[in-house]
Structure formats: structure tokens, C-alpha cells
Design a protein around this ligand. Structure first.
Ligand SMILES: Nc1ncnc2c1ncn2[C@@H]1O[C@H](COP(=O)(O)OP(=O)(O)OP(=O)(O)O)[C@@H](O)[C@H]1O
Ligand SMILES: Nc1nc2c(c(=O)[nH]1)N[C@H]1C(S)=C(S)[C@@H](COP(=O)(O)O)O[C@H]1N2
Length: 124
């Protein structure tokens, strides 16, 4: 079901950015990273690495999240944990790199409010 939803958002709805919440832990029902890998053409391990690194500054149990990210067509899929504070910690960590990543995969041009998050695009 997660796989079908991710495919629909990417292929039918044409979403440039898809974020999932929850299901990244070790419990039997936590299968979001598996569903993400199953539908992606290419994995982006740096996202999970950075999100866990930042989350570790907040909670030692950050290592329990298997969150990852990947590319399907012109869509970037990012896994976030289910806890609202974890969502904020993780999105704040990776968001500056998201617009440029979406540029590189041919998605929509993403602008951010610099007061909230300053997008980083390397100078051409
Ligand atoms: N919209 C929300 N508002 C407040 N708290 C939330 C919300 N969504 C989830 N939470 C809390 O965040 C925690 C983890 O969220 P959630 O249960 O969705 O993730 P999960 O990975 O599916 O977890 P589990 O497999 O343990 O059920 C839970 O303690 C839940 O109460
Ligand atoms: N920033 C942050 N990351 C976090 C947490 C948190 O409270 N804050 N909780 C951890 C815990 S306790 C778990 S079990 C994993 C997986 O959470 P999920 O199953 O809701 O995705 O995320 C981890 N990452």
C-alpha cells in the first residue's frame, strides 16, 4: 500500500517532493524504508545520514530510525520519523539541499522563504 501510494504521487500526480512520516523504526510494522527502496531508481543515503546525525544531538534513540531517501523519475522521496518533533528536526536538517536536488532530477523549481530555510544552490 505504501509502495502504491508513492508510485501514484510520483507517476500520476507528478509530485517533485514526497515526504513520508513514520514507520522507519525496528518494529515489525515499520516498513516505510523498504517501500521507498522498492519504488526508487536511485537511493540518496546522504539524507538518512544527515537526519540521523542531527537527530542524535536530540535523542540517543535516533539510531533506531532507518529513514532514507531516493529518486523515482522526477520525484525525490524522503522518509521522516513519525514523531512531530522528529519531523521538524529532520526536515530542518535536509531542506537546504532539497531544491537543488529537485533541479538535478528535472522536477519543479522550488523556492524557499529565506527567513525559514535558505536553499543552497551551488553557483554555476
Ligand atoms: N499528527 C500527530 N500529532 C501528534 N503526535 C503524533 C502525530 N502523528 C504521530 N504522532 C506521535 O508520534 C509517534 C510516532 O508516530 P507514528 O505512530 O505515526 O509512527 P510509526 O512509526 O507509525 O509508529 P508505530 O509503528 O510505533 O505506531 C507516536 O508516539 C504518535 O503518538
Ligand atoms: N529527531 C528525532 N529523531 C528520532 C526520534 C526523535 O524523537 N527525534 N525518535 C527516534 C525513535 S525513538 C525511533 S523508534 C525512530 C523511528 O521512528 P518511527 O517509527 O516513528 O519512524 O526514530 C528516531 N528518530
Amino acid at each position: 500500500m505504501i509502495e502504491a501510494t508513492l508510485k501514484e504521487l510520483a507517476d500520476v500526480e507528478g509530485c517533485s517532493l514526497i515526504v513520508t512520516t513514520g514507520g522507519t523504526g525496528p518494529a515489525p510494522r515499520d516498513v516505510t524504508p523498504e517501500a521507498t527502496e522498492a519504488v526508487c531508481d536511485k537511493m540518496m543515503p546522504g539524507f538518512g545520514e544527515l537526519m540521523r546525525t542531527e537527530s542524535l544531538k536530540v535523542v540517543p534513540t535516533a539510531i533506531l530510525s532507518r529513514q532514507t531517501a531516493g529518486i523515482r523519475g522526477h520525484s525525490l522521496i524522503i522518509n521522516l520519523p513519525g514523531k512531530p518533533s522528529a519531523i521538524a528536526d529532520c526536515l530542518n536538517a535536509v531542506m537546504p539541499a532539497v531544491p537543488y536536488c529537485i533541479d538535478l532530477i528535472g522536477g519543479a523549481f522550488i523556492d524557499t522563504d529565506p527567513a525559514v530555510c535558505k536553499a543552497f544552490r551551488p553557483k554555476k
